[in-house]
Design a protein around this ligand. Sequence first.
Ligand SMILES: Cc1cc2nc3c(=O)[nH]c(=O)nc-3n(C[C@H](O)[C@H](O)[C@H](O)COP(=O)(O)OP(=O)(O)OC[C@H]3O[C@@H](n4cnc5c(N)ncnc54)[C@H](O)[C@@H]3O)c2cc1C
Length: 403
Amino acid sequence: MTMPHSVRNNFDHDVVVVGGGPAGSTAATLLAQHGHRVLLLERDKHPRFHIGESMLPFSESVVRRLGVDWSLNNQFKSGAVFIDESTGRRMYFPLSIYRKTYQLERGPFDQLLFQNAAQHGAQTHEEEKVVEVSCREDGVEIATDKSHYRCRYLVDASGRSALMGRKHQAISRIENLGKFAVYSHFDQIRPSAEADELFESGCIYVPVVDIGWIWIIPLSGRRLSVGLVVQKERPKDCDLEALLRRYLEGSPLLKGLLEGAQQYAPVRVEADFSYSNQQRHGLRYACCGDAAGFLDPVFSSGVFLAFTSAERIADRIHQALAEGREADPRLHAEDDADYLLGFDTMRRFVERFYQSDMVHNLFFEADQHPQLKDEIARLLSGDLWTGNNALQNNLLASHRAVG
Ligand SMILES: Cc1cc2nc3c(=O)[nH]c(=O)nc-3n(C[C@H](O)[C@H](O)[C@H](O)COP(=O)(O)OP(=O)(O)OC[C@H]3O[C@@H](n4cnc5c(N)ncnc54)[C@H](O)[C@@H]3O)c2cc1C
């Protein structure tokens, strides 16, 4: 690095990263690998529960750079299967062809990523919540519930808390996608042809139902994560546990899989779905992961976007810190266009998913059209930036045509 020591010493840290989820731990690790003084602040204590267990193969290159082994104790994921139980139709999209990916429990995985950041030289604090930040020409001031820090750059990886987005009132809701999810976890899944095939392939199963869709994610140790995503506002007076139960029992597939199984986790609910942050970067700060935007999880894109956005931001900050250009408010403009290409592709893809004719015409007919099937599989793998995907072009163009 070329920055003189006198400049570095005016600050406690070069970069403070808010949030120790996948985005924050990725940014912290890569910046520490580049030799910067990084502080990573997490308000909770790892391992903490987090939903979001199905990964995408195009995260592999970032995971490799981090130097973690994500295959350890995790279920291999070969693909995704979309299911229409009313007609019995199923469509399998192979995903882990050239790159491998996994279904994993986020508590231990996020802890591994967080500890890995420390091993690469980042200073890490748990149970420390950032309460206020001020990004100015001459540096960033950060107040937590325990201390104060001064640094050259801030990375907001605070997840759906979206620290900077909410501070700037820049969170813009994306309507018409899933509104909330209700889910639980089961173990002791009994042997059966269906269950054995599920654990062998490690596929995520996505039965499409009248009010949304269900995820069935096989986890190591013959456990299942099962959730219902509903495309309606969360009813104030409805028992969501009963709603989940109704859909689990109404599905012959799930009824079979869960027969004799034990529910080992509480029923949980997540709302606050699908938004974009309109001010993802600015003077001495950048947002990554869910702090930049969040999409209905039907295509399991969340952690993948967290990894790739954090990587992009970390590499740019490294370059700027080395050259003393970090106060340029347009620092991330070019990278942000790349991020948006990926985010918008996924957003338009999810929007199409909720137009039910698309699911039936596109997904369930895909076997008739090998090229289309390949294009869908590439999007479902996270192959968003290599170009040459007619479906991706079509999704983005039809959006532009509508305005
Ligand atoms: C129902 C549902 C299902 C999902 N399924 C999938 C899936 O199958 N696959 C997938 O890839 N994604 C899925 N996701 C999305 C996925 O969970 C997120 O995209 C992913 O966790 C984003 O990572 P992140 O690091 O940006 O945020 P997070 O993982 O949320 O990490 C943010 C961290 O910041 C901390 N934090 C927040 N505010 C502060 C503060 N002020 N100070 C200090 N720390 C703070 C939080 O405690 C948290 O640990 C799903 C999401 C939902 C809601």
